[in-house]
Design a protein around this ligand. Structure first.
Ligand SMILES: CC(=O)N[C@@H](CC(=O)O)C(=O)N[C@@H](CCC(=O)O)C(=O)O
Length: 908
């Protein structure tokens, strides 16, 4: 074996990357190959060629370890070079021990060699070759990494090309780790509710008295249920001003004050219905009624509406100093008392006339409850006589929360000063019979003054005999408790609130409120099931079980006043269920923003009667979703804070009379007559839950501003029609402080050219006629009309934009259109923020005249109805008062709000 040469040929090579050249070209004699030869010393002129061959001794072995003598003849050189490269890598370590005389490198020693070792002149040609291959090894690694990278890029590119198109909705769902799709959520929501469960919850709630502030264990139970079903839960107390009954009596007095008759003021105990004999039964009384002991003659005042009192006044019947007997009807009972009090009456009695029970009456041969579906003659409607249309909530804290130690106002602007009692038609009949033939009767006043009792001819009176009304109650400030459950959504600052009250006037209350409470708990259970399956709502969901609703919407009002700032910033919507099931006909009242959601949902929920809830509802209501007035817990949300609200449930029907606020609104009644299969309860769970999911789970908020604008248009048409009627009356109380618009050429029409007349500049105001008032407000009317047109345009563009965005949200996009999705995402945020602010635009900080708590310029309870809603309340009240100055003021206030709503929608 030849001895290694002293110096390595690589030391004299200038070629930095001979092996690369080798790879790129095989052409013998090419400069690249020449470089290679130079590098390995295989130059024909170089006499050290043999030594070079010796230096690459390890390559004498092929992969099998055989001696390969041909390598001693390095021809062709290119092939030899390649062979060298391959075999060095494969074999140099295995032969290192055979070359003990030369300073060769094993793979290990190569690994441990420093960069300096490798660059220093090598003592042997073998080591030089190794160094060369070391360099080649580095290149190999680089190339290997490059291949890997290229491979990855290629796979990614391949994947990208064939990446499935996705919707923004799906992307966001993935990003938020949502595990269930909306259809799956809805499917589960439809499957979970059970009739046996709602029946169980109803049985629980109807098994104990729960007058406001009296049943803490039910509050705790409710909060515990929320917890059990995966909600965070808390009990929120408020200290409220309340009355509890102590004593009462009602006596008909004959000559010398002899008691001719004393009303039992009690409902009968029925053996079939255990609730009626409950030892904790609550006496018949009125929430917030005044204490008193009054003796006076009495008059029948029909429903005690303003028009009834007005008619009596007109016909010379003076109710001052008397006790009024009114039948319950369309208006809130507190307003019957208010009307009577304002006219000087000293007390009030209220009863439910069987004539208002529809077809299901004893006269029509139906049996009375519990033997049949007609009203039990002893049933009494308890209830609050607060002046609801002035302000709900604790009457000592109007506008602020009733927390311990807060300042309190005199409540008497908001509650009566005269005593009142509720009574059954059976118990009041002896008094009414005494009126037969006395004073005016329905022949004089109209048949609408006649009810359904045969023994009484509905004469007005006044009576000759006195009646003594005694009312004693304990008034105190005492705690009430709301149970609040919450599931945080991904979007924490958009909250969907679902509420129902828990307090009742009676032990049972299977319809009001416990059909709602049973449905609420079953809905919580359904949400708990969704949560167990991995659901996290997109928006936060709050469940509220209010206390003190019956007295005056106390729990909800105090809570919302307490959290007004938070709710203003975060609350998206409030969905109320009070009496969820007291009959079988679906009804809904809502902010017009939510009409579409309600309709869409009831189209998808089956009615226990067959078909869909929507089909029956459409037939019965002609598709009408009513305006919210008051009478339940949505009031503070809609009318005070401008949070769009809904109130819905099943009521009415020909099956059985619902004995509202009486002992006979019991579990037994519900089980036998109200909802014997409990399917309407389950149907309400589905409707309420589906509405909640529609509002919480779809990124683009499901509001309908177009519907809102159209509704405003129609309310405005009513205003214009009313103005025309008033103008026709020509009895305007004209108050001209500045000037007016004269529009003589188009009198009677809403389209006109007006000339402003500054009345202060006219000495002798030659008023054309009393239609002046119409001219005075004409410019304001036109402005309002213009603002509405602007709103309608803005709303229709906004809705078009919204539905296009919604469509895109559900559209599949390839990955490379990711920028579109990003843009879409920001558009949705912008759109949602406009939706969220929309209803708030209609709030007027100073509130309505004489009832500042109500701040919504479009919706409020009718000032003399309470339950029924009024539209453009400030404006309509000003018109009703024939106050032209105030009419103009309200038109301007409304116009400003409509314009700002239009501007909001037009913001880009
Ligand atoms: C069954 C039911 O929903 N009852 C509600 C009235 C309604 O919404 O129709 C109810 O009884 N509300 C109380 C509210 C009392 C108040 O506002 O002060 C009522 O007595 O009307």
């Amino acid at each position: 074996m030849p001895a290694p040469t002293e110096s390595h040929p690589l030391q004299s090579s200038e070629s930095p990357e001979p092996h690369e050249n080798l790879e790129l070209s095989d052409a013998p004699g090419s400069p690249i190959i020449a470089d290679f030869h130079d590098a390995i010393g295989a130059n024909s002129n170089d006499t050290s060629g043999a030594e070079t061959s010796a230096a690459i001794e390890p390559l004498e072995y092929d992969e099998d370890g055989d001696e390969n003598q041909s390598l001693l003849h390095p021809q062709p050189r290119l092939a030899q070079g390649r062979h060298l490269f391959q075999n060095t890598i494969l074999t140099n370590s295995k032969h290192s021990t055979q070359r003990s005389s030369s300073p060769t490198y094993t793979e290990d020693s190569l690994d441990s060699a420093t960069e300096a070792d490798l660059l220093l002149p090598s003592p042997s040609s073998a080591s030089s070759i190794r160094e060369y291959f070391k360099k080649r090894w580095g290149t190999f690694v680089t190339r290997f990494v490059a291949y890997i990278l290229f491979g990855i890029v290629f796979i990614l590119a391949w994947k990208l090309v064939f990446l499935p198109r996705t919707t923004l909705r799906r992307d966001l769902a993935r990003l938020r780790h949502f595990q269930i799709s909306l259809p799956d959520l809805e499917r589960t929501l439809f499957q979970v509710p059970e009739t046996a469960k709602v029946r169980e919850w109803s049985h629980y709630y109807t098994s104990g008295a729960h007058l406001a502030g009296t049943n803490y264990s039910q509050v705790q139970w409710t909060a515990d249920k929320f917890k059990e079903y995966g909600f965070q839960a808390e009990i929120v107390p408020y200290d409220t001003y309340l009355n509890y009954p102590r004593d009462h009596s009602l006596k008909l007095l004959g000559v010398n004050g002899i008691v001719r008759y004393e009303a039992p003021l009690k409902e009968d105990v029925l053996t079939q219905d255990p609730t009626t004999s409950d030892p904790n039964s609550i006496p018949t009384f009125h929430g917030y009624s005044a204490n008193g002991n009054v003796t006076a003659t009495y008059v029948y005042v029909n429903y005690g509406r303003q028009e009834d009192y007005d008619l009596l006044e007109e016909r010379g019947v003076d109710i001052a100093g008397k006790i009024v007997i009114a039948r319950y009807g369309g208006l809130f009972r507190g307003l019957i008392v208010k009307g009577a009090q304002e006219r000087g009456a000293v007390g009030a009695l209220m009863y439910t006339d069987p004539g208002d029970d529809g077809h299901v009456t004893l006269v029509n041969k139906y049996k009375a409850y519990p033997d049949g579906p007609a009203r039990n003659p002893s049933s009494v409607q308890r209830g609050s006589v607060q002046f609801l249309s002035t302000a709900p909530g604790d009457p000592t804290t109007p506008g602020w929360a009733s927390k311990a130690g807060v300042d309190r106002a005199d409540p008497h602007e908001r509650i009566p000063s005269i005593p009142s009692l509720p009574i059954s038609y059976r118990d009041v009949l002896p008094l009414l019979i005494e009126l037969n033939g006395m004073g005016l009767n329905p022949n004089d006043l109209g048949e609408s003054w006649r009810g359904g009792m045969r023994e009484y001819d509905y004469s007005i009176g006044p009576s000759t005999m006195d009646v003594n009304l005694y009312n004693d109650q304990e008034y105190k400030i005492t705690p009430i408790w709301n149970a609040i459950g919450r599931i945080d959504g991904v979007i924490k600052d958009e909250v969907v609130i679902l509420g129902n009250h828990r307090d009742a006037w009676i032990v049972g209350g299977a319809g009001d409120p416990n059909s709602g409470s049973a449905v609420l708990i079953e809905l919580a259970r359904a949400f708990g099931e969704l949560k167990a399956q991995g659901w996290k709502p997109l928006r936060s969901i709050v469940l509220a079980s209010w206390d003190g609703e019956e007295y005056g919407l106390l729990g909800s009002t105090e809570w919302a006043e307490d959290l007004a700032k938070y709710l203003d910033a975060n609350a998206l919507v409030y969905v109320n269920v009070d009496g969820a099931v007291t009959g079988s006909h679906f009804h809904a009242d809502a902010s017009p923003l939510l009409n579409t959601v309600v309709k869409d949902v009831i189209k998808r929920v089956s009615d226990p009667k067959g078909g869909y809830v929507y089909d029956h509802w459409l037939q019965e209501t002609k598709g009408r979703i009513g305006n919210l007035g008051s009478g339940s817990d949505y009031t503070v949300f809609q009318d005070h804070l401008g949070i769009p609200s809904i109130d819905f449930g099943f009521s009415g029907g020909d099956n059985a009379v619902y004995q509202y606020h009486s002992n006979y609104d019991s579990f037994h009644w519900m089980d036998k007559y109200g909802d014997p299969t409990w399917e309407y309860h389950v149907t309400m769970v589905k409707i309420w839950g589906l509405v909640a999911l529609q509002l919480s789970e779809i990124e683009v908020i499901s509001f309908d501003v177009g519907e809102y604008a159209h509704s405003l248009m129609s309310y405005f048409s009513n205003v214009k029609a009313k103005i025309s009627r008033i103008v026709g009356e020509s009895e305007l109380d004209v108050d001209i402080s500045g000037g007016f618009y004269d529009c003589p050429e188009v009198r009677g029409s809403l389209i006109r050219e007006c000339k402003y007349i500054d009345v202060t500049a006219i000495d002798d105001v030659d008023l054309p006629d009393l239609k002046l008032g119409w001219w005075y407000i004409s410019s304001s009317l036109r402005n309002c009309s213009d603002a509405l047109d602007k709103l309608l345009d803005a709303a229709s563009s906004f809705d078009a934009k919204s539905s296009s965005i919604k469509k895109q949200y559900f559209t599949d996009y390839p990955w490379f259109k990711g920028y579109k999705k990003l843009r879409l995402y920001f558009q949705i945020q912008e759109l949602n923020s406009q939706y969220k602010q929309f209803e708030r635009m209609f709030l007027y900080e100073s509130g309505l005249d004489d009832r500042e708590w109500y701040r919504h310029v479009i919706f409020a309870p009718g000032i003399w109805t309470g339950y029924a809603g009024a539209t453009f309340p400030g404006l309509n009240e000003a018109l009703d008062a024939r106050n032209i100055t105030n009419t103009k003021r309200w038109l301007d206030i409304i116009t400003e709000r409509i314009s700002q709503a239009a501007d909001l929608l037009s913001e880009k």
